[in-house]
Design a protein around this ligand. Sequence first.
Ligand code: ATP
Length: 380
Amino acid sequence: MPSLGSIRRSFAPWNDPAAKPYIAFENVSKKFGDFTAVDNLSLTIYEREFFALLGASGCGKSTLLRMLAGFEEPTAGRILLDGQDLCGIPPYRRPVNMMFQSYALFPHMTVEQNIAFGLKQDRMPKAGIAERVASMLKLVRLEQFARRKPHQLSGGQRQRVALARSLAKRPKVLLLDEPLGALDKKLREETQFELMDLQHELGLTFIVVTHDQEEAMTMADRIAVMDKGEVMQVATPAEIYEAPATRFVADFIGTVNLFEGKVAGREGQKGRLVGADGSSLRIDNLAGAENGVAAWFAVRPEKIGISAAKPADQSLNAINGEVWDIAYLGDMTIHHVRLDDGRIVRTSSINDRRAAAEQLTWHDRAWISFRPDAGIVLTR
Ligand code: ATP
């Protein structure tokens, strides 16, 4: 059986001009009084996609999900599902189910009663309910807990009951609002992989809201980064990380060093970025940034080397500074280097040997260095 990784790698309907989106937000806005929570937003999501909405608290993620689920109506624009306009269709008639931030399990009901609840409301025949509940319990590996009440379960188990309950009605789309928020780090990581397996096994479309960027990176096929009701970028985790479109996205996903300046001496893709203090960086991938344009070279910490001696390789950008802070994390070490103009640059190096050959310590002079193509040039 191929691993999930290889299947996911070949899944990219957004690159196929013939592929039809399953869900489309078209110029959707949502206002609460005169406050705009979602602002003229357009977005497409494909069938079987694991899609993540990522953004700071209050940026409109939940509002977007609630409109798709039918708990809110857009103030303007429309939402299509499989080509059908969802306007006016009540939540229970949409092939969409939502798992809420607080799992909201019924405390007086057992696990199996919780899972059966929605099916009973839909007046499914008893035998059908029993069969469906059994298969859900098996899916989330809670067979032996069927008769327990929620307070007799761990946080992770409760989360799995909530998941089983939202999957029991076989929705085509499952919306998950901070589904792992209540779990500790280790359980969270395990559950992320479980969710991915489950989504693949059931062939469903998952849209997950999170403000945890690592979680989005791990689970999602694509991520939409949102800010103040708008989508800033939609791309795969690798594209978002390696080729962010703006400083906001670069800074939101992971850590980034931003070197500011004006483009000069451009020839082809190569040129320089000249800082206000006259410092100059060599850049090999200027993309759309023309001479004279204000720009930022965004370089991830792991793409910056740190050494006591100036690197011999003349083609590198090398800047001298002082070791300001060190965080030893076991698998890697983070250095903050204070450049002579006061800027702090963050580097991270993998500790691939038990003791690094060169031990830099606080207040040592050090060189940071990076290749002219180590970062990406941003103009906004
Ligand atoms: P969080 O991560 O904190 O859940 P979010 O990105 O999901 O945040 P939303 O819940 O979508 O954010 O809220 C977006 C904005 O809309 C917030 O400023 C919120 O205060 C506002 N808002 C949401 N619902 C209402 C409402 N019913 N009435 C008024 N304002 C609302």
